[in-house]
Structure formats: C-alpha cells, structure tokens
Design a protein around this ligand. Structure first.
Ligand code: NAD
Length: 359
C-alpha cells in the first residue's frame, strides 16, 4: 500500500475500559463536574441504571428509564422535562445504541456532559451522529455537542447480552470497520483500527456464541466494538449503511439484525472495486473470501441470514432498490439499480453471497 494524502481527526473522548469499571462512575462524573446526574436506560435495563445511581452517590439525581429504539422525539421531550425540573447537569447513559441516542439527543439540546456505559457493540458512543425520529421520519445530524465526553466500557455488563443480539450487534460493529476500510475519507490509522476491530470481533464471535459468559471473548468483543465505533465516528459510510438505513427507516426492520444480514452482501458488492480493503477484511477474519467467510461465520453463530425472515416484505424490494439509488452515498462501486436489486434479492432469500463462486 502506498500512503497517499489524508486527514486524521482523533475524537477527544476519554475511554475507561475493563471489568467492573462501572465502579469508577462517580469518579468519572466528578471529573466532568457533575453534581446532579440523570441516569438513562431502557425499561428493560432499569435495574442496572438504579445500580449506577447508587454508585454515583451524591452526584446522582435520578433515573429516566424510558429510552426507546430510534430516539423518538416524544421520549426526548419527556426526558428534557426531567432535565429542566431537576436541574440536571449531566447524563449517564447505560445501554445500547438506543439509550446512547437519548443521551446524545439531550446533549445536542443542552450541551450537558455525557458519560456513556455501552452494553452492546453498536458503537454509537464513539460518534458525533444522532438519528432522531419524529412523525415517522428519521433524521440524522452531526455535531460536536453530540459526542460523549467519557465512555466507560465494563465487560461485566455485556456478559448478559442475549446471545442473538450479541451476534448481530457484533456484526453491526464489524460493518462500521468494513466501510471505514474503503471509505473515501479513510486513512492508514483508521484502517489499522478497523482491521484490528474486525479481527477481535471475528475471533470472539464463535466463542461467545457458544458460551455467552466467556469473559475473554466478551472482553475482546467489546474492545473490537470500541475500535469499530471510532472508525464509524471518523469516516463516511457507504452502500452497507445506506441499505440498512433504507431498510430500517422505510420497513422498520430491526437494527442489528438488518446489519448482520446485509454485511456479507455489501462486501461481495464491493469486492472487485475495493480489493485491498476487502482483502484486509478477509485477512482479519482469517478466511479466503471475505463475503462468503463472513456469511458462514454469521450463520454458524446463529445470526439471521434472510431479510424475509425478519419482516421484510418481498413486494418492498423494488422500492428499497429505488430508495438506495435515489440519494446515493459515495461507494467504491457505483450504486447500480439492477445490481442492488439483485443484492437485495439474495439478502431476502438468505443466499450465500455470489462472490463465493470465485473460491
Ligand atoms: P438497543 O440499544 O436498541 O438495545 C436493544 C435491547 O437490548 C434493549 O431492550 C436494551 O435494553 C437491551 N440490552 C442492551 N444491552 C443489554 C445487555 N447487556 N443485557 C441485556 N439487555 C441489553 O440496540 P443497539 O443495537 O445497541 O442500538 C440500536 C440503535 O442505535 C438504533 O436506533 C441505531 O440507529 C442506533 N445507533 C446509532 C449510532 C450512531 O452513531 N448514532 C451507531 C450505532 C447504532
């Protein structure tokens, strides 16, 4: 590889990583000057949020356990009312991308400092991106205020992540790194992180799929997810994320599962146009063919492989292809309507990606 011109921005996020790091949350809140922090979670993770509140001691003010998928505006407004009423001076979001999204939505409106304690591999905690839904429409914005100040990765909290969500969330994370490897604004440092992130997640995935409480595998996976999140936050996205946004936004398909199904097909689509990037994906996974190898690995770990099985109507495939090319993202291979339609058909049926035939 010949190193060409590039721009590299290192996101100014403090990261505390380890087992049991949740115990450091009060110190981290103190570093940020929080005295009345609001702990955020989904209703399902309320018990962990209450634990964080206890750990915060006199730096905690309360729990708001109303976070929901896709950051609906009405939930944010409800949380904002609590922020105003209780004089909240910072948030601690414990959970996956949905809860992180709520913390970001509050920060965008108030510029309050944020601590995020991620419990999935989605990677949102490393980005300045916020997607919000209002009136059935999802809008995405980017702003430095949205980026969390401190991220506390506690591997212990991921041991109970349900097996299926663990696998699909890991593939969601890998997708960030794959697209970073061929991004038009990528750079050598991000590529190192992307390849290492894919390697760590790829090595961990079969192990935690067999034994969800495998501590080493869980540690490697969260470390990989962190790296993949940095890549997502620092480079632009392409065909894979475009298709997932169309499928999630228009057909309301579940986030991580959609990523898990589309990724091998997006890799196959770009394989000939971005051979070096896709070669690095294969190397990181220890397979000959990145698309087919990833498909096999995901299937063996129990990930869904067919859009048809997660609620995508076959009749919607034409519309999805139209939407993908209507306002296309840059991609190493141009987004061709017929080829995208064929990709979606493969993904709908759960076919092994075609690039496998070159093996
Ligand atoms: P999620 O946050 O919606 O979580 C799914 C469910 O799993 C929730 O009920 C949650 O409470 C539960 N859960 C999470 N961690 C758990 C754990 N360790 N143990 C038990 N239960 C647990 O899922 P997600 O895939 O992390 O996030 C998806 C959302 O994040 C989407 O809305 C997506 O758009 C957004 N996202 C945003 C960015 C960004 O940069 N803005 C990046 C990635 C994802």
């Amino acid at each position: 590889m010949a190193v060409a011109e590039f721009v590299y921005n290192s996101p100014p996020i403090r990261v505390v990583f380890g087992f049991g790091t949740i115990g450091k949350v009060a110190d981290e809140a103190s570093r940020l000057g929080m005295r009345r922090a609001l702990v955020l979670s989904t209703p399902e993770q309320r018990a962990d949020a209450e634990r964080v509140l206890r750990l915060l001691g006199d730096r905690g003010r309360g729990v708001f356990a109303g976070a929901r998928m896709h950051t609906p505006l009405e939930v944010t407004q409800e949380a904002m009312a609590t922020v105003g009423r209780d004089g909240i001076d910072g948030t601690v979001a414990l959970g996956g991308g949905s809860t992180t999204g709520l913390g970001k939505a509050i920060a965008w409106r108030t510029d309050l400092p944020q601590i995020v304690i991620p419990t999935t591999y989605a990677g949102s905690e490393m980005t300045d991106l916020l997607g919000e839904t209002a009136g059935g429409e999802k809008k995405t914005r980017r702003d430095p205020k949205i980026r969390p100040e401190t991220v506390v990765y506690d591997v212990e909290l991921t041991l109970g992540l349900p097996p299926k969500l663990s696998v699909t969330s890991a593939l969601n994370a890998m997708a960030h790194a794959v697209e970073g490897l061929y991004a038009k604004d990528g750079n050598p440092v991000l590529s190192l992180m992307a390849e290492e992130g894919i390697r760590a997640l790829g090595a961990a995935l079969p192990a935690f799929a067999r034994d969800p409480r495998n501590r080493d595998a869980r540690g490697d996976a969260l470390y990989g997810a962190w790296l993949c999140g940095i890549v997502l936050g620092s480079s632009s996205i392409a065909i894979h994320h475009k298709l997932c946004h169309v499928l999630g936004g228009t057909f309301d398909l579940p986030h991580a599962e959609t990523h898990a199904i589309i990724l091998p097909h997006a890799i196959a689509y770009n394989a000939a146009a971005a051979p070096e990037a896709i070669g690095r994906v294969a190397r990181a996974l220890g397979v000959k063919n990145a698309a087919a190898g990833l498909f096999d690995m995901a299937k063996a770990a129990g990930a869904p492989t067919a859009l048809g099985a997660i609620g995508m109507p076959e009749a919607g495939l034409d519309q999805a292809a139209d939407l993908a090319v209507a306002d296309p993202y840059w991609n190493p291979r141009p987004l061709e309507r017929d080829a995208i339609r064929a990709l979606l058909d493969d993904a709908w049926r759960g076919r092994r990606p075609k690039a496998a035939s070159s093996e």
